[in-house]
Design a binder for this molecule. Structure first.
Ligand code: PGA
Length: 263
């Protein structure tokens, strides 16, 4: 795993958006896996900015979101579709038919989930998956004890996740208790994974993901099985890593190698 420790969320968003824009320049029909929540907002505003100054074209890009709340209509202000439209899609020129969310409406959700997986495969798989991490270590809505081989399906949210997200709701009763989410197995098939985590609330989850044993109890730890994962952390979320000084030194040495190569 590549662990990049930065001073703040802005620096992380600079690095992650730069990686996405560089990939898009190389592959205009990029397939992106996208996340919701507070964490990716900085990346999304930078992508919009790059598009609006004419640096990049998103017309051939395909997107697959990680998760969505069960039974919320797409125009519901708490739905992740609504969030994504507001924070990203309304500022880009992605064709609506190339935007995908896990199924949360209508009959036969298991069948629809299978078709979501098949659609990802038909598009050639996800090139870059953007991730946040929950304070309980979840990735997507793969809550603790999710199978490390899980696929897209409906999950019940833990009390901790409901509490963490209750800041968006007026009362607990109106908060959806279930969501559709890509599985951990689905996420691990992305070609490249970029995870951001900010704030002291994420420090235990980050430590478990990077330095803990691989365990379904800390779903982020499954990322240790993936060959191309980068974590972009601020100093607070990185503060419980025991090899923090080492990760900083690795980054300095990587920078040395980049400069050495460009001579
Ligand atoms: P956050 O959520 O970005 O709002 O912190 C991340 C997550 O729960 O995966």
């Amino acid at each position: 795993m590549k662990v990049v420790v930065l001073e703040n969320a802005d620096q992380a968003a600079d690095r992650v958006s730069a990686e996405i824009l560089e990939a898009l320049q190389k592959k205009p029909d990029l397939v992106l896996g996208l996340a919701t929540g507070s964490t990716p907002i900085g990346v999304y505003s930078r992508l919009i900015q790059a598009h609006q100054v004419g640096r990049v074209d998103f017309s051939r890009v395909t997107t697959f979101n990680l998760d969505e709340y069960l039974d919320l209509p797409p125009d519901h202000p708490q739905s992740y579709r609504f969030f994504m439209h507001k924070s990203l899609f309304s500022g880009l020129n992605i064709h609506p038919s190339k935007i995908h969310f896990p199924p949360t409406q209508g009959p036969d959700l298991p069948g629809q989930c299978e078709r979501y997986e098949a659609r990802i495969k038909d598009c050639g798989g996800i090139d870059i998956q953007l991730l946040g991490i929950g304070s309980n270590g979840h990735i997507g809505f793969n809550e603790p004890t999710s199978s490390l081989a899980s696929r897209t399906r409906i999950k019940t949210l833990t009390e901790k996740t409901l509490r963490d997200n209750s800041r968006f709701y007026e009362s607990l009763e109106t908060q959806p208790q279930m969501a559709a989410t890509m599985g951990i197995g689905t996420i691990l098939e992305a070609k490249k994974i970029l995870l951001q985590a900010f704030g002291i609330k994420k420090a235990d989850a980050v430590r478990a993901a990077v330095e803990g044993p691989v365990s379904a109890f800390w779903p982020g730890s499954a990322l240790q099985l993936h060959p191309d994962v980068s974590l972009y952390l601020d100093s607070e979320s990185a503060s419980k890593l025991s090899l923090l000084a080492y990760y900083r030194r690795v980054e300095q040495n990587q920078e040395y190698l980049r400069q050495r190569d460009s001579k």
